[in-house]
Ligand binder design. Structure first.
Ligand code: F6P
Length: 334
């Protein structure tokens, strides 16, 4: 059989472990399998940019951050049916039996669309998809995304570093977290480190109330703000400083942006194991001639059935809002 592997959207730790697992499982199961990496994600696929992968080319990759195949944003793909049709036709003409994709919501939608064309035209290739995103907003009804726990690990480390200075100076730190429209990363990082407050994407914060909370603490305060909240770090800092002056609260405010640091670096062991498990499972299913589908797992060894791509690409399968009981959980740890 002929396999392709594509990493799409924002890179995340665990993508390399996924690539390695697909290559190794494929070749160890059937040595004659040819496995090709798609260079630069969907943009590379549109220009048929492939490179042959063997067991040696994925050696030592399990914990390495980013993606060795590269991933370039390709927004045109979302609405351009010519590009979508051409990609489907090229996959078929190149003789790919399966394309293994690891990526976020954009990649999931692209996979569902191209898969529908492949089926409609009765073409050869099937697409198997694994959720990979630090945002944990991809079909999260079915499980969490590869990369999410690594990003929490990175965030925790940074938030603990910030605590050292914040507590030494009794300062207030306003800290930006990635996560796009999703609150998962900011809330989980907040729970892990014991942040005083996490401002969610759609939350309208009462800055006077925030100032009162800070005043009552008389020590360091770390407030995480989710990426999609429209308030900037500078705006919150200025508004707090104005209130502090008026209310004669003596507290310095500083700002930090964790964003891209949350996405890079080594994969957490949870992500290495889960990404490897998913890669392994997907290849086994491919050899059994499975249909296209979305794969997820809560833990290594968990093997729910794959879900049809179109079903998961539907926004209902994901939620950006963290359930209320998790907010209660966070508050209970203060
Ligand atoms: O989806 C992952 C993510 O890191 C989001 O948290 C963020 O909104 C986005 O990608 C940033 O994308 P880019 O790297 O293209 O700036």
């Amino acid at each position: 059989m002929k396999f392709g592997i594509l990493t799409g959207g924002g890179d995340c730790p665990g993508m390399n472990a996924f690539i390695r697992a697909v290559v190794r499982t494929a070749i160890n199961t059937k040595a004659q399998t040819s496995v090709w990496g798609v260079v630069d994600g969907w943009r590379g696929l549109a220009r048929n940019d492939f490179r042959r992968l063997d067991k040696l080319s994925v050696a030592g990759l399990a914990s390495k951050g980013g993606t060795i195949l590269g991933t370039q944003r390709f927004p045109e793909l979302a609405d351009d049916s010519d590009i979508q049709e051409t990609i489907a036709r090229d996959l078929h003409d190149h003789g790919f039996d399966y394309l293994f994709v690891c990526g976020g919501n954009g990649s999931l939608k692209a996979s569902a669309i191209i898969n529908a064309i492949l089926r409609r035209e009765k073409m050869r290739t099937r697409i198997l998809f694994a959720a990979g995103s630090i945002d944990n907003d991809v079909g999260n009804k079915y499980g969490s995304s590869i990369g999410f726990y690594s990003a929490i690990d990175k965030s925790l480390q940074m938030l603990e570093w910030i605590r050292d200075t914040a507590s030494s100076h009794r300062r207030v730190y306003i800290i930006r977290s990635m996560g796009r429209e999703s609150a998962y990363l900011s809330i989980f990082a907040g729970i892990a480190t014991g942040a005083e407050h996490v401002i969610r994407p759609k939350e309208q914060i009462d800055i006077e109330e925030l100032a009162s909370m800070i005043e009552a603490r008389d020590k360091d305060t770390r407030i995480i703000i989710s990426e999609a909240n429209p308030l900037t770090l500078d705006e919150i800092q200025q508004q707090l400083e104005t209130i502090f002056r008026r209310r004669k609260i003596k507290r310095d405010v500083r700002t930090v942006d964790m964003s891209y640091f949350q996405r890079g670096g080594k994969a957490a062991v949870t992500d290495i194991l889960r990404a490897s498990w998913l890669g392994y499972r997907m290849v086994r299913d491919a050899f059994a001639r499975c249909d296209s589908g979305f794969y997820s797992a809560f833990y290594t060894g968990h093997a729910p059935d794959a879900v049809p791509l179109a079903e998961v690409a539907d926004i209902e399968a994901s939620s950006s809002d963290v359930p209320d009981y998790l907010l209660d959980f966070m508050l209970a740890l203060h």
